[in-house]
Design a protein around this ligand. Structure first.
Ligand SMILES: NC(=O)c1ccc[n+]([C@@H]2O[C@H](COP(=O)([O-])OP(=O)(O)OC[C@H]3O[C@@H](n4cnc5c(N)ncnc54)[C@H](O)[C@@H]3O)[C@@H](O)[C@H]2O)c1
Ligand SMILES: [Zn+2]
Length: 406
């Protein structure tokens, strides 16, 4: 990463990594390298780090209407204290803002503010804001610098790292986008205190996934300390975010544009995305991490059937997901408890009295991980390793999907 000092803003700027009161993970991508800062109560210090990595410029903070009243002013003040001209733009919260229409509204605002290529954007919020603001940064005037300031656990452990940006299209989620690496990621785990429990769970689903595919010891630590995680012990949360970022950074470094290895991060997502799409199409309410949790159980079962995973390890996966209040099966009861206000599968109209396997298949075929008509799955190989499998037959997949519904 870029470690030379070209500024004159005092100690913090000449050696920011050494002075940072927390952990720093480097994403090593040659000239696109960047640091991930992870700390507690550090958001009010973002200004000097922004200056260090983006230069002294104007900055546009893009956030959502939930995050703005909580952290918008803290960030603006820190930027202004660093003598930056800072503007804040807020969009409605939630996945519905991750679309082209909202990106165009943001382009209009950037034109109104006469934003130049030398200015930069800060994405302050969850994964929706990171993906949307990152996409706007990637495309406005052929690309601006941007910073990820994640405030949801999912964004800290997953979406803020790796440079995937984009918006949804009616034909598919994340289908319009660009790879565009941020200049830095700045994560303050104290912001997680205001995060709804259900959103915390969604970040934990990706955390469990990282343990399953890459780090059995980390998985075991999560098992031992699951209560402390739920209580958000500060030191543990810093360690948790740091370890997730190390895992994701290592995978991204090896395969930045997902031509191979990076695909392992999709473990649980082929089935998870299909569940998300089909459920949403029927008016249900399921969050990404909840669908991923169900997807991880499904690939765990497929792996047991293939002799890649022991039954007791599958049970460990299910226990850990459950302990994080994530769904491991779809029942009327668990829907009501876990999947908010949306209709349960049993309450949905028509023939949807059980998981609509045919529709799930169709949704999986649409998934961008399908190559040459084959659906590519990432199956755990024990806990801490995984393999790509593309020869699973419909007769193997069907019973596993059915088994999610009890
Ligand atoms: N780019 C990638 O590599 C990547 C990886 C995984 C997921 N994603 C994307 O990330 C998105 C999901 O991210 P998400 O779960 O963070 O969703 P989100 O951005 O919608 O955030 C979830 C909710 O929490 C609120 N929130 C965020 N931080 C808060 C805080 N500190 N306090 C209180 N409320 C807070 C938000 O306003 C929102 O209502 C999806 O669109 C998914 O496709 C992208
Ligand atoms: Zn995910």
């Amino acid at each position: 990463m870029n470690s030379e000092s070209t500024d004159s803003f005092g100690e913090i700027l000449s050696e920011p990594e050494a002075k940072f009161p927390g952990q720093v993970v480097t994403v090593d991508l040659g000239e696109r390298s960047y640091p991930i800062y992870v700390g507690t109560g550090v958001l009010e210090q973002i200004g000097p780090y922004y200056v260090r990595h983006c230069g002294v410029r104007r900055t546009i903070v893009i956030t959502d209407e939930n995050v703005e009243p909580l952290y918008g002013q803290i960030v603006l003040k820190s930027l202004q204290d660093s003598e930056l001209e800072a503007h804040l733009i807020s969009v409605p919260a939630g996945e519905k803002s991750k679309r082209m229409g909202v990106a165009e509204m943001l382009y209009d605002r950037l034109f109104d503010l006469s934003v130049e290529r030398s200015d930069a954007i800060i994405a302050l919020g969850g994964g929706v804001i990171g993906d949307l603001a990152g996409f706007v940064a990637a495309t406005f005037k052929r690309g601006l610098n941007y910073v990820q300031a994640p405030t949801s656990l999912l964004a800290m452990v997953d979406s803020s790292v790796g440079g995937k940006t984009g918006v949804n299209h009616r034909r598919g989620k994340n289908m319009i986008g660009a790879f565009h690496q941020p200049r830095m990621v700045f994560a303050d785990v104290n912001t997680l205190k205001s995060l709804p429990d259900r959103e915390l769970g969604c970040g934990l689903a990706e955390t469990v996934k990282h343990g399953i595919i890459r780090d059995g010891q980390f998985f075991a630590k999560l098992e031992r300390q699951n209560q402390m995680v739920l209580e958000q012990d500060r030191e543990l949360m810093v360690e948790l975010v740091e370890r997730n970022c190390q895992i994701k950074a290592a995978v991204v470094q090896a395969d930045e544009r997902e031509s191979g290895l990076r695909g392992i991060l999709n473990c649980g997502h082929t089935i998870g995305h299909a569940i998300e799409t089909v459920w949403a199409a029927h008016g249900g309410d399921i969050h990404h991490g909840e669908a991923v949790s169900l997807g991880l159980v499904a690939v765990g079962r497929l792996a047991v059937r293939r002799g890649l995973l022991r039954q007791d390890d599958l049970e460990r996966i299910c226990r850990l997901l459950s302990s994080f209040r994530l769904p491991i099966r779809i029942t009327a009861r668990s829907n009501k408890e876990r999947v908010g206000q949306g209709p349960t599968l049993q309450e949905l109209p028509g023939e949807l009295s059980e998981m609509p396997v045919a529709e799930l298949y169709e949704a999986m075929q649409q998934d961008k991980k399908v190559r040459g008509g084959k659906i590519k799955f990432v199956l755990p190989k024990g806990i801490g390793d995984c393999v790509f499998v593309d020869d699973l037959t419909e007769s193997e997949i069907q019973p596993v999907i059915h088994s999610l519904v009890t």
